[in-house]
Write a protein that binds this ligand. Structure first.
Ligand SMILES: NC(=O)c1ccc[n+]([C@@H]2O[C@H](COP(=O)([O-])OP(=O)(O)OC[C@H]3O[C@@H](n4cnc5c(N)ncnc54)[C@H](OP(=O)(O)O)[C@@H]3O)[C@@H](O)[C@H]2O)c1
Length: 275
């Protein structure tokens, strides 16, 4: 995902350099963000993170960091209260806060960080760790166009970004793309089990199911055709795929209804976790 270096911030503090924070950091560096402008705050960084900071000249846990242009929050949501105590001094009048904390609303963040002005709340997903994430993002009213562009570039460095007209939609985004990779992993499990039930040895069924889902995903990624057209293109009338899809697409009782209740349950849980 190519981003414009001129729209990356000149100073950035990353709070929490774990899986997601670390993936974003790698994306920013790969896009040409000057390492000298980055500061990492993480009380227990991994050895890899320590080495990266040493090799690239990134400040790691300096004694008194100054308020940056962008403060990225990437700790576990339950650690926000703990971390917030020391954070207010990092929020200047021009600081844009970008939070990827699941379930924490812009209002929740303002409560913990009274100095906060501009806030972007984003929900990435696991494939961000390989630069192929899908992120939904919402901005508070006081985020300027320039700040939105900066946030867009930061988030784009780990995949696609969809800007939401309202923060209310984040719970639905969480339920679809945030939790979605796990649904797809489960699809692979189910496909493999079905293959075993159809007579294949277990390891062969698992290898085929995995390769089928990753191959179909890559095809979808590379193709400009809709998923519907791609499906129709491999479905000959009266053929084997048509016979399988007749079951999968049954109405009622097919995948559509199951997926609807899956996403609805995840959305309800996302709503419950806010606060
Ligand atoms: N992973 C995902 O797929 C995903 C998707 C969407 C959103 N998110 C959100 O991304 C955030 C981070 O998730 P993650 O999976 O990257 O978690 P993670 O791997 O546990 O990373 C969090 C990092 O923050 C560190 N940390 C703990 N307390 C801190 C403090 N007071 N100050 C600074 N750093 C501190 C942790 O250190 P220790 O390990 O030593 O505690 C860890 O290195 C979460 O809020 C999550 O909701 C994650």
């Amino acid at each position: 995902m190519s981003v414009s270096v001129s729209h990356l911030p000149s100073s950035l503090v990353l709070l929490g350099a774990g899986k997601m924070g670390g993936a974003m950091l790698e994306g920013w560096l790969a896009q040409g963000m000057p390492p000298a402008g980055v500061t990492i705050l993480d009380p227990r960084p991994s050895e890899d993170m320590e080495r990266l900071c040493r090799d690239r000249g990134i400040a790691l846990n300096p004694a008194a960091p100054r308020p940056p242009e962008v403060l990225v929050l990437a700790v576990k949501p339950q650690l926000l209260d703990d971390a917030a105590k020391d954070l207010n001094r990092l929020v200047g009048p021009q600081t844009l806060i970008v939070s990827i904390l699941a379930g924490k609303t812009i209002g929740d963040l303002r409560k913990r960080l009274p100095a906060a002005h501009a806030v972007v709340r984003a929900m990435p997903n696991l494939p961000a760790s390989i630069g192929r994430g899908a992120t939904g993002a919402a901005a508070s009213d006081d985020v300027s166009e320039a700040q939105r562009l900066v946030a867009d570039n930061l988030l784009k460095s780990v995949g696609v970004v969809e800007w939401l007209p309202s923060e209310d939609l984040i719970d639905a985004v969480t339920a679809l793309s945030g939790s979605g990779p796990a649904y797809v992993f489960h699809l692979v499990e189910c496909l493999a089990e079905a293959g075993i039930a159809a007579g294949l040895p277990a390891d062969l069924a698992q290898r085929l199911a995995r390769a089928t889902v990753t191959g179909a995903g890559e095809l979808l990624f590379q193709s400009e055709l809709s998923p519907e057209t791609l499906r129709q293109n491999v479905t000959s009338p009266g053929g084997t795929t048509a016979a399988g899809l007749q079951v999968l697409m049954a109405d009622p009782g097919g995948l559509k209804a199951l997926m609807k209740s899956t996403v609805a349950a995840a959305k309800t849980r996302a709503e419950e976790l806010a606060g």
